[in-house]
Design a protein around this ligand. Structure first.
Ligand code: PLP
Length: 374
């Protein structure tokens, strides 16, 4: 049996997405910057995609920019908010994705900016009151950058509350919504978010295409300079296939959001039920209430010689899961997220992450194999 339970790392593309991209590849070859009819046809693909992305997120069309990845979107926001908006302090958390954490190290080398980290509890939650207090400590323009859903342990941020805390303290607020866009209802017309990043390949779309939402009130300048594409914010000839695939994927996920949520939640619940009857000595990582992502189940077991090769053994049985963070599957050192939630070094974490394609038969098979291996 082949079981793919690594959907937080990347998702398979939906058929609609593949068909749309194939159609664009076959029938649209113009450069979107050209003014002749072939160019105009390519331009229409991009502007139609932008309109659909904006509608799904309840943003204005002018606030959506296409990039190569959420990594690029996150780098752009951190760098340009300092350079163009005068941000002097960034408040983030130790459980952010490496593209935020490494970007913070990088901007600190270039700019005179104060970087502060909020503490997290043993489930990866930050406390809104602590953020409020930290924001009250200084008058300098601050950017708060916090992810909406944690890709390793599934803990979710209360976007409404945090965005309002930032608004009340006149701080800019960026959220890395890679694990939640499309999967959760996000209404940017009613949530005071300054910047939001998302990625195509986590929403059943293509790799190599991301977006940044930039609120009209805090427009920034370019991170990548060149021929002035994306209204000068992000130069480089547009990835029209990726862009059309991104918009189609987001359309599909928003239309099927309820089904996706209920299905992944039922798979998650079934996984836990199977574990409870398995005799495996396990603990769950992160929140286990409504403030957890329905598609992520991160668990830990005591480290033994049997857990050394657990990912390898799962793979032999056709099971794709992840040991550490999504982007370092196969790397065996404890991740920064597990360190931040004080995970003891004698525990071994495994992350299973689900899609609407997973079945309860697969869950039973995976837990049986876990039982055998452990
Ligand atoms: N942010 C989060 C929360 C992620 O899970 C990932 C990918 O694992 C990224 C950012 C990076 O996205 P991309 O692969 O589009 O660069």
């Amino acid at each position: 049996m082949k079981v793919y339970m690594d959907n937080a790392a990347t998702t398979p593309m939906e058929t609609d997405v593949v068909n749309t991209m194939k159609d664009v590849m076959e029938s649209v070859h113009g450069n979107p910057s050209s003014i002749h009819n072939a160019g105009r046809k390519a331009r229409i693909v991009i502007e139609d995609a932008r309109k659909r992305v904006a509608q799904n997120l309840k943003a204005s069309v002018g606030e959506i920019f296409f990039t190569s990845s959420a990594t690029e979107s996150n780098n752009t926001v951190l760098f340009c908010a300092i350079r163009d908006l005068g941000v002097k302090r960034i408040i983030s958390s130790p459980t952010e994705h490496p593209c935020i954490l490494n970007s913070l190290k990088s901007v600190q080398r270039v700019f005179d900016v104060d970087i502060q980290f909020l503490p997290v509890d043993d489930k990866g939650n930050i406390d809104p009151d602590t953020l409020d207090h930290m924001l009250s400590q200084s008058d300098v323009l601050t950017l708060v950058s916090l992810m909406h859903g944690n890709n390793e342990i599934g803990t979710m941020l209360d976007l409404e509350t945090i965005s309002k805390v930032c608004q009340s303290k006149r701080a800019l607020f960026h959220t890395d919504a890679v694990q939640t866009v499309g999967k959760y209802h996000i209404d940017l017309s009613n949530t005071p978010v300054s910047f939001l990043s998302a990625s195509g390949h986590k929403i059943y779309g293509p790799k190599g295409c991301g977006i940044i939402y930039i609120n009209n009130d805090n427009m920034i300048g370019p991170y990548i300079n060149g021929g002035g594409q994306e209204r000068t914010l992000r130069s480089g000839t547009e990835n029209i296939y990726g862009i059309s695939g991104f918009a189609t994927a987001l359309d599909w996920l928003c239309t099927n959001r309820k089904m996706h949520y209920q299905h992944t939640l039922s798979i998650r619940k079934s996984f836990i039920e199977n574990l409870q009857h398995s005799g495996i000595d396990y603990r769950l990582n992160g929140n286990q209430d409504e403030k957890t992502l329905s598609h992520i189940l991160s668990l830990n077991v005591p480290k033994t010689d049997k857990t050394e090769l657990i990912m390898f053994n799962l793979d032999i049985h056709g099971i794709c899961a992840s040991a550490g963070s999504a982007c370092s599957s196969g790397v065996e050192s404890q991740s920064h997220v597990l360190d931040a939630i004080n995970m003891p070094y004698d525990r071994k974490t495994i992350r299973f992450s689900f899609s609407h394609h997973n079945t309860k038969e697969e869950v039973a098979y995976v837990v049986r194999k876990l039982q055998e291996i452990l």
